[in-house]
Design a binder for this molecule. Structure first.
Ligand SMILES: *[C@@H]1O[C@H](CO)[C@@H](O)[C@H](O)[C@H]1NC(C)=O
Ligand SMILES: *[C@@H]1O[C@H](CO)[C@@H](O)[C@H](O)[C@H]1NC(C)=O
Ligand SMILES: *[C@@H]1O[C@H](CO)[C@@H](O)[C@H](O)[C@H]1NC(C)=O
Ligand SMILES: *[C@@H]1O[C@H](CO)[C@@H](O)[C@H](O)[C@H]1NC(C)=O
Ligand SMILES: *[C@@H]1O[C@H](CO)[C@@H](O)[C@H](O)[C@H]1NC(C)=O
Ligand SMILES: *[C@@H]1O[C@H](CO)[C@@H](O)[C@H](O)[C@H]1NC(C)=O
Ligand SMILES: *[C@@H]1O[C@H](CO)[C@@H](O)[C@H](O)[C@H]1NC(C)=O
Ligand SMILES: *[C@@H]1O[C@H](CO)[C@@H](O)[C@H](O)[C@H]1NC(C)=O
Ligand SMILES: *[C@@H]1O[C@H](CO)[C@@H](O)[C@H](O)[C@H]1NC(C)=O
Length: 313
């Protein structure tokens, strides 16, 4: 009994050692290519330098330990390649209007049109992001410029800003981004206007917060990492998640002769039956990068130790 327990413990330790090293130190890049930028891992089909990415749309640059997607010129904060749904988390500009002082920092987009992802493998995910407007008496309307679908929300001005609100209307409102199939939101327009309000003497009160903000933001980040929407006043970007796939490619173009621990699939876009994409995924119990030969590594030692555990108790 005592001996069996020792064997079991060492198997569990073996498993932990294996997954720890896989998470921390196994390169997800193509062999011979730069694997890290700062502390962000660069997974193939993305890469830095010719022959390191699958085509120009997946080309990246590393400047001062910050990672950028060359084609859409956005900073990348995190990436998912291991299994569906796959995404890149980017630093997405905040759209603003009526801000006093004008310019803010050089990166602030004072305008109404989003980053244009047309022709790229990237789309704004309607399920992983939420559309938010912050400000006083805003009427925010977001229009998908590809199919004309819209979504909107309204903020109500509150004199003593509730700084811990859940963004359900008081100085902050939220709505699901337009588009019923997330693959199609590639460029959108935001119309920010004031809803008319009158004070007791019939005048139009000056807004408590002059600036109107609107942005598409990572749902989880907004929920867990931005507890105070007013913190936005010092920010010009927020994290958002873009879905991606092997745009207009077949998975066979990866040149992987035989899949082990993973598989590939194909998706079609709603906007056109001619446009498709491919994606790959590691199977349950495997982890790593399914876009590389032998990229999915088994974590089966856990399975056998659990089995052992069961048999002997
Ligand atoms: C990760 O791998 C690199 C080279 O492959 C090595 O130099 C480095 O020491 C490793 N880091 C850890 C924490 O094992
Ligand atoms: C990288 O390091 C920075 C600073 O230490 C940290 O804020 C960030 O979350 C890290 N990113 C990743 C992907 O680990
Ligand atoms: C990156 O994404 C993974 C989920 O895929 C998450 O576990 C991790 O915390 C993220 N890192 C940062 C710095 O947000
Ligand atoms: C805003 O930027 C423009 C051009 O970049 C500059 O001419 C102008 O002085 C700036 N205004 C303020 C208020 O900083
Ligand atoms: C987005 O980019 C595409 C292709 O570059 C262009 O045809 C389209 O007009 C752009 N849309 C907007 C709203 O800028
Ligand atoms: C999706 O949107 C299209 C047009 O944008 C519409 O014709 C279709 O009915 C919508 N489908 C669903 C399930 O809402
Ligand atoms: C924005 O919305 C307002 C109010 O609905 C409307 O009057 C205005 O014309 C719209 N602006 C644009 C550029 O569509
Ligand atoms: C109502 O608004 C007008 C115009 O902005 C302003 O002069 C007046 O002081 C306001 N009255 C109250 C009670 O806020
Ligand atoms: C969000 O917060 C969690 C924990 O507070 C942290 O692990 C994660 O890295 C944060 N994500 C970002 C994108 O800052």
């Amino acid at each position: 009994m005592g001996l069996e327990l020792i064997v079991m413990t060492s198997l569990v330790l073996l498993w932990m050692a294996q997954t720890t090293s896989a998470r921390l130190n196994v390169s997800l890049a193509k062999a011979g290519c730069q694997a890290l930028c700062g502390n962000i891992s660069i997974p193939y089909p993305f890469g830095i330098g010719a022959n390191c990415y699958i085509n120009d749309m997946y080309s990246m640059e590393c400047r001062s330990d910050k990672l950028y997607l060359t084609g859409i010129k956005l900073e990348v904060l995190n990436m998912s390649v291991e299994r569906w749904p796959i995404w890149v988390q980017v630093n997405n500009p905040i759209l603003s209007q009526s801000c006093p002082g004008g310019n803010g920092s050089a990166d602030v987009v004072h305008g109404s049109t989003s980053v244009n992802l047309t022709g790229s493998p990237f789309t704004f995910s309607s399920s992983l992001n939420v559309f938010i407007s912050v400000g006083c008496n805003n009427h925010a309307r977001v229009t998908n410029l590809v199919d004309g679908t819209t979504a909107q929300c309204i903020t109500i001005c509150d004199g003593s800003p509730d700084r811990d609100n859940g963004c359900f209307g008081i100085n902050c409102c939220q709505t699901t981004p337009p588009g019923n199939f997330s693959y199609d939101l590639r460029v959108f327009n935001v119309n920010l206007s004031r809803i008319e309000t009158y004070n007791q003497s019939g005048g139009v009160p000056a807004p408590l917060i002059p600036c109107m903000y609107a942005f598409l933001v990572d749902k989880d980040w907004f929920r867990y990492n931005l507890t105070d929407p007013f913190a936005l006043r010092g920010m010009d970007h927020v994290p958002a998640k873009l879905r991606w796939n092997l745009y207009n490619m077949e998975s066979s173009q990866l040149g992987i002769p035989k899949y082990r621990g993973g598989y590939c699939g194909k998706v079609w876009y709603r906007s056109s039956s001619d446009i498709y994409g491919a994606y790959c995924s590691c199977s349950p119990g495997y982890e790593g990068n399914p876009y590389l030969p032998y990229g999915c590594r088994g974590t089966y030692i856990l399975g056998s130790s659990l089995l052992y555990f069961k048999v002997h108790l």
